[in-house]
Write a protein that binds this ligand. Structure first.
Ligand code: FPP
Length: 248
């Protein structure tokens, strides 16, 4: 069924990215262009989230990470932060059943303790209810910052060295990765950013070392399943060399 959907979309199921990550940008501009409140842009953005999650599941992508709220986003006006948290709660309530039915696992990446209590609780419930699912893993980056994530990993490792549980030389790239929020999740082969900005915005700084990057001018609320599939097709045309030459 999964490979059928991929093949029907003109994709080679054996060469899909295992992990696709998305910087969802442009909700505010989408709303401003229509003389609407920015919140309307986020609402439409949540609909795009549903469409891209569904497409990823059907096509057979194993991990989809969405940058839903950065540590910097806490500095937005209180009303906008509140609206984003409300949207998130609504999303969890409306998608809970679908995630359970469709074998989707929810995982959260970030400083969850900073989120409002009811959001933390909703996330914990859905994470627990879906933890044995082995279809798409939907990773929501919430209150997420790449530098903070790296600092936390360094602190964890430093503590273990201080306590005599390992030597500094034991710290390898693999061990460092295991101390990130994404422990156990493969690095994304594909990073998409919408709304035309050529920036990383503190997203998955360690994990995107070798990711193929696609920037589309489309604002996130206008991003469609078809455009997503088009990017996956382009991804399959790119040659990934990891610093080596073609013949290697
Ligand atoms: C960037 O647009 C988007 C965000 C800061 C939040 C992303 C949130 C959603 C897509 C909706 C809710 C999410 C879930 C998972 C239900 P922006 O506001 O920075 O746009 P701008 O750069 O045009 O102002």
């Amino acid at each position: 069924m999964k490979s059928d959907a991929a093949e029907n979309a003109g994709l080679d199921p054996s060469r899909l990215p295992v992990h696709a990550a998305v910087i969802m940008d442009g909700n505010g501009r989408w709303a401003q262009k229509r003389m609407l409140n920015r919140i309307k842009g986020h609402e439409r953005g949540a609909d795009t989230v549903r469409a891209v999650v569904r497409a990823s599941r059907e096509i057979g992508i194993a991990y989809l990470t969405l940058y839903a709220f950065s540590t910097e986003n806490w500095q937005r006006p209180k009303s906008e932060v509140k609206a984003l948290m409300t949207l998130l709660k609504r999303f969890l309530a409306s998608e809970r059943e679908e995630m359970i039915q469709n074998n989707i696992r929810l995982q959260v990446l970030g400083q969850t303790h900073r989120l409002p209590e009811d959001v933390v609780q909703g996330l914990a419930e859905v994470t627990e209810q879906t933890r044995n699912n082995d279809g798409l893993c939907l990773c929501l980056a919430l209150s997420y910052g790449g530098r903070t994530e790296i600092v936390h990993a360094a602190q964890n490792l430093a503590r273990q060295v201080r306590d005599g549980r390992m030597d500094p030389e034991d710290i390898t790239e693999a061990l460092f990765s295991q101390n990130l929020y994404t422990a156990g999740i493969p690095d994304p082969e594909l990073l998409i950013r919408t709304s035309g900005e050529y920036r990383i915005s503190n997203f998955l700084l360690w994990q995107i070392a070798y990711s193929e990057i696609f920037v589309t001018p489309t604002l996130w609320p206008d991003f469609t399943r078809e455009e997503f599939i088009g990017i996956l097709r382009d991804f399959q045309k790119r040659e990934r060399r990891f610093g080596q030459v073609s013949e290697q």
